[in-house]
Design a binder for this molecule. Structure first.
Ligand SMILES: [Zn+2]
Length: 318
């Protein structure tokens, strides 16, 4: 028995509510496939993560979820190389046949404007849910769909073009709208996808602790970049990351504290000379000379060359 249009919408709304409730309870925003698959609709279980990447439950016309598998910590997630000229995420077809039932289900989600949930693998059996997402277009030569991460984005594309077209010559308006929307899409993709996935992967590699002080409060932990985002080798891979609590992250970014290539913490001399309360003394000064905790998995550990580069900058500033 098939779902009608209202039910196609209802099951999606129920799925997003299910995921929101789970994420609320999750310290780092990630969920296991077992947790995700506790979803029920109309008193029946509806698994959301299955073997294949594109999932359309029986009875639905359009795909409900898409998924990417987790990469090794030193590899970028599969979508990293797959942000299009327009700033939108790309998602590969199943196989090479555009007529494959999975590809048809995703095309149908595009045609009917049905939102989906996107599950990004951050570790074995562990996912960061990103939802809702929309399928915007397909490219049958490249065998991929383009995916937008929110509806506001889609509306904005239209609005920007419309507004600019009133005031400016058409070609210029079109170019400008292209730049504005691409920037917006890139920013959105970074904020909603790259940064949360990077944070989840780094925090998991460091077992949810600050590498410097071992604080274990997920909401007080960040993934710091060793080489900052946007610089050469500043990519969002685990070996370019350190799990740090908020205060140590801020101190690291402000060059008040460094991690040497031999993994020893060095506090800036000017900070060591100051006198203040317990946070300065215990939280910062006492960290000087301490060796950071690193992941047990070798390929997840901080890259010595990146540490070296960063440490050199700290010395220049200090
Ligand atoms: Zn800390």
């Amino acid at each position: 028995m098939g779902f009608d249009g209202a039910e196609e919408a209802a099951i999606r709304a129920a799925m997003f509510a299910h995921l929101d409730a789970l994420v609320e309870q999750s310290p780092d925003g990630t969920l296991t496939s077992a947790e995700i698959n506790t979803f029920t609709f109309d008193d029946r279980p509806h698994p959301l993560i299955v073997q294949q990447g594109i999932w359309k439950p029986a009875g639905l016309a359009a795909a409900l979820t898409i998924r990417t598998a987790y990469p090794q910590p030193d590899r970028p997630p599969p979508y990293e190389d797959a942000i299009g000229e327009d700033g939108l995420l790309r998602y590969k077809f199943r196989g090479t046949d555009p007529g494959h039932s999975d590809n048809r289900a995703l095309r149908r989600a595009m045609e009917d404007r049905r939102p989906l949930a996107y599950f990004v693998g951050v570790d074995r059996g562990c996912y960061l849910p990103v939802h809702p997402v929309w399928i915007e277009a397909e490219d049958r030569h490249r065998l991929e769909f383009s995916v937008s991460l929110d509806e506001i984005h889609r509306d904005l594309l239209g609005d920007v073009r419309h507004d600019l077209a009133h005031d400016l010559a058409h070609d210029l308006a079109h170019d400008l709208a292209g730049v504005v929307t691409r920037r917006y899409a890139e920013r959105l993709t970074r904020d909603r996808l790259h940064q949360p996935v990077f944070r989840a992967r780094v925090l998991r590699a460091y077992r949810g602790r600050c590498a410097v002080c071992r604080l274990r409060q997920p909401r007080l932990l960040d993934a710091a970049h060793i080489i900052p985002d946007g610089r050469p080798r500043g990519d969002a891979v685990v070996p370019n990351g350190l799990a740090l609590c908020k205060i140590h992250h801020a101190a690291y970014d402000a060059d008040l504290m460094a991690v040497r290539p031999d993994l020893v913490v060095e506090v800036a001399p000017r900070l060591l000379r100051e006198h203040d309360g317990p946070m300065l003394l215990h939280g910062l000064q006492e960290m000087d000379g301490r060796r950071i905790d690193v992941p047990t998995l070798r390929r997840a550990r901080p890259d010595p060359e990146r540490l070296e580069d960063r440490y050199r900058r700290f010395q220049e500033v200090g």
